[in-house]
Design a protein around this ligand. Structure first.
Ligand code: ADP
Length: 541
């Protein structure tokens, strides 16, 4: 016997319909690529998305076609997500920070038919245009007045393009399992791999992460996703904010500390999200200017481990709570967020900071386990560590046009991370399995050492890699970027770290560098550091 409830497929257009009906005047504020602050609202955004859908249909874009974007977070980028998916087409966010060859590979592999690009990326696309095999049309996200001279064939200004259609369009209806979005993982090894989200997975994921213990967005919130829409499905903000009726603040191309501080203050942002490096530069800027953030309540930090010092500064100086988040492109992307269960009782101070270094527990809809090399489950005692595996309705089961089996017999996906889980289910990422330092049969977490090192006042950024050692196989090398004008002393730094971690885990050596390389998603590029320090000899090696 079937239930007698209505058939209401979980399609993405329902999100923007809801926002336009219930929160029509709630603002979407963007720093435009052209410069000025731009203001619109959910009702207008929906109308313009309908117009775009109609224009795309006239272009011959059909269900399953890929529409590429090389774009910052702005209202226009949001319209592409809703316009394309409302037609059954697929938004495909391309990360402009990748190398040209990777961008060419990704666009060709996804077989994007159209490419929507910001003014910023016109030179990039001109460089690679003759290698893009499937692009039929370039649409530049601007108006006629700001349209540049370009060699891109048939390039049209977005505002002219959508003006060629009206908004008299009805969203198409189809199976909720239909593909909706694509995002390629950075591919630190091998070719980038395409993750394909469905309407159902995106809608469920946004509902799931909007739970009170997770992002918990509400109509009262003002949400600023600094994390770009092209990084891991934009951490779901493009869906979860309109779903909740939260005001959206989109930082466009300017992600420096001063520009972000201005938006946080002027727009009264209550919740924001980004990778740690963004927050380092924001905090440095705030410290220099003395500005405060009176409205900011929650700061979602993920993508890489959030150092304790950052959590502490937000709490003690700015009165905002850091929500440490873990996830990955393959998980839509949020897997767990560190809001604490009541099991720990009343805690504050250092103990609270200890727990906030972990990445929390998963919401309903994400199942987790840690296993040993034989795939046997490990205990949740906060000590045993092993490979972290996950499953759920918004977790990938395959990559686009690849045959690799990525889930095990029980349907679990191996995240490539090594983790512990404590008796209350609070998970801690020890390391990426390829970054952990194997010293004499014991494992040392590079993440732990990095987090401790950046707590030192002279250290702006820290990275730890394993370098070969004749006796111990590998030992940790600490690489740091000093704070401007400071020259930290090696012994002083090691002594500082020695107060927080066992002696055998301390780095064997420290090198000072001007900068640390980052990946296209703002993470420390360990592969590049390992190459750079390939011949490095430790003092006692
Ligand atoms: P990329 O394309 O850079 O791989 P992802 O966002 O998909 O982008 O990367 C996911 C990986 O990032 C995770 O598997 C994990 O190793 C790392 N990661 C994410 N959040 C955290 C965190 N809070 N602490 C430590 N590592 C994290």
């Amino acid at each position: 016997m079937l239930g007698l409830m209505q058939d209401w497929p979980l399609l993405i257009h329902r999100i923007i319909d809801h926002a336009a009906i219930q929160h029509p005047a709630r603002e979407i504020v963007s720093r435009s690529v052209e410069g000025p602050i731009h203001r619109t609202d959910y009702a207008t955004l929906r109308r313009r998305s309908l117009r775009l859908a109609k224009r795309l249909e006239r272009e011959g874009v059909r269900r399953g076609d890929r529409v590429g974007t090389l774009a910052w977070n702005t209202w226009r980028h949001l319209e592409i997500w809703y316009g394309a998916t409302g037609l059954g087409a697929i938004y495909h966010t391309v990360n402009p920070r990748l190398f040209d060859d990777q961008i060419v590979y990704i666009v060709n592999h996804a077989a994007d038919r159209l490419l929507f690009l910001d003014l910023t990326f016109v030179p990039l696309v001109e460089r690679i245009a003759n290698r893009l095999e499937t692009i039929e049309r370039f649409v530049i996200l601007t108006d006629a007045a700001n349209m540049p001279e370009t060699s891109l064939k048939g390039a049209v200004a977005y505002e002219d393009y959508i003006a060629e259609a009206d908004e008299d369009f009805a969203w198409l209806s189809f199976d909720e399992q239909t593909a909706a979005g694509m995002c390629y993982t950075s591919g630190t090894t091998g070719d980038p791999k395409g993750v394909v989200y469905s309407h159902r997975s995106n809608v469920l994921h946004s509902l799931i992460v909007n739970g009170a213990d997770f992002l918990g967005l509400s109509a009262k919130d003002v949400a600023m996703p600094v994390v770009p829409f092209f990084h891991a499905n934009g951490w779901s903000f493009a869906f979860s904010a309109p779903m909740a009726g939260a005001k959206l603040v989109l930082p466009g191309p300017k992600l420096d500390g001063a520009s972000l501080a201005e938006l946080l203050i002027d727009e009264k942002v209550t919740i924001s999200a980004a990778v740690p490096t963004i927050w380092f530069s924001l905090l440095q800027n705030l410290e220099a200017t003395g500005a405060m953030l009176p409205d900011l309540q929650r700061v979602v930090i993920g993508g890489s481990a959030c150092p304790r010092a950052v959590t502490k500064t937000f709490r003690d100086v700015y009165g905002a709570e850091v929500i440490h988040a873990w996830g990955m492109t393959e998980m839509s992307p949020l897997g767990s967020l560190c809001n604490l269960k009541p099991d720990y009782g009343d805690i504050d101070g250092e103990r609270w900071l200890d727990l906030k270094e972990k990445v929390g527990f998963p919401p309903f809809g994400v199942e987790m386990k840690i296993v040993d090399d034989e795939n046997r489950p490990l205990p949740w005692d906060g000590v045993a560590f092993g490979r972290l595996k996950v499953r759920g309705p918004a977790v990938a089961r395959a990559y686009f046009h690849r045959d690799d089996e990525i889930i095990d017999a029980d349907g679990f996906f191996d995240t490539g991370d090594v983790a512990t889980i404590d008796p209350h289910g609070n998970m801690q990422i020890v390391d990426r399995s390829k970054d952990v330092i194997k010293s004499g049969g014991e494992w040392i977490s590079s993440i732990d050492l990095e987090n401790i090192a950046v707590g030192h006042p002279d250290v702006a950024e820290a990275a730890v890699i394993g370098v070969p050692h004749p006796k111990w196989d590998e030992r940790p090398l600490l690489i740091i970027v000093p704070m401007p004008g400071r020259t930290p002393d090696k012994d002083d730094l090691i002594a500082f770290m020695g107060k927080r971690i066992a002696k055998w885990q301390l780095p064997d050596d420290v090198v000072l560098v001007e900068d640390i390389p980052h990946t296209a998603t703002g993470k420390i590029q360990k592969t590049a550091l390992r190459e750079r320090f390939a011949g490095y000899r430790l003092p006692d090696a």
